[in-house]
Ligand binder design. Structure first.
Ligand SMILES: OC[C@H]1O[C@H](O[C@H]2O[C@H](CO)[C@@H](O)[C@H](O)[C@H]2O)[C@H](O)[C@@H](O)[C@@H]1O
Length: 241
């Protein structure tokens, strides 16, 4: 839920609510007032948009021999406009009030409760977008990942602040390769190299394990955390604790 006030003010007011708790229990009415006063309703961070390069019919799908596969490919193609999002202007102007990390170009979300860009999902999505001949959307999504690397040194799990301590399998190189195989756009590959090198540096420094008797290094994706996942606290509280 987006913040109505600055994070510092919100935290200060939250500490007040905590300090007034009786026997470790926060008063539900006070909690309700705190939520109303400090948080907007969820949503509005992203705008649904039709990708600029989306065509209703793609001739290439007609060349798929297997009928079931052809129908499936066409059905999947129709999903792009329903899953394409761009970061709204209010987030771009006041990012400190939102958990969403702004990225410059539109991107495809997984859907359902996953309302942000996800790193390794983007690779599989890009494979589909390339089949749909949506080269400019793909380029934009790769640029978004490059933007995150410029900001954080790597692409986090997703573009949310609570994902900043989590990595996913680093598939950006595969994204760039898939795009190049389809378009031959060498200029874009050259431009992407700085991102790929920086990401490699991050994984070498922060996600690499080596033991004396090992013949090579082990790279891994990882989360640097000791507690429950913030976005799943409620689930954990109800089902596990
Ligand atoms: O499709 C998006 C991602 O969905 C799963 O992971 C996400 O939810 C998990 C449970 O809340 C969370 O631990 C993880 O950090 C999120 O990315 C799926 O496991 C991912 O592979 C996928 O990218």
């Amino acid at each position: 839920m987006p913040l109505k006030l600055d994070a510092e003010v919100t935290l200060k007011d939250w500490n007040k609510v905590i300090n007034e708790a009786q026997n470790g229990q926060v008063n539900p009415a006070a909690l309700n007032v705190f939520i109303q006063e400090h948080f907007e309703q969820p949503g509005g961070e992203l705008e649904e948009i039709e990708p600029v390069d989306f065509q209703h019919e793609v001739k290439a799908f007609e060349t798929i021999d297997d009928e079931a596969y052809r129908i499936w490919a066409k059905d999947l193609h129709k999903k792009w406009p329903t899953l394409c999002r761009r970061v709204s202007q209010k987030v771009q102007s006041n990012p400190q009030q939102y958990s969403l990390i702004p990225v410059p170009n539109p991107f495809i979300v997984p859907g359902g409760r996953f309302r942000e860009m996800y790193y390794w999902d983007s690779y599989f999505t890009i494979k589909g977008l390339l089949a749909s001949e949506m080269f400019s959307t793909v380029r934009g999504m790769i640029e978004n990942m490059g933007h995150l690397i410029e900001m954080f040194g790597y692409v986090p799990n997703g573009n949310r602040v609570y994902y900043l301590n989590r990595s996913q399998p680093p598939l950006l190189t595969w994204c760039v390769d898939a795009y190049f195989q389809r378009t031959g756009d060498l200029e874009f590959v050259r431009r992407s190299m700085a991102w790929l090198e920086k990401e490699m540096e991050f994984f070498t420094r922060n996600r690499c394990i080596h033991k004396e008797d090992w013949k090579s290094h082990l790279f891994r994706y990882h989360v640097v955390a000791g507690g429950p996942r913030p976005e799943s606290c409620k689930f954990i509280a109800y089902h596990i604790l």
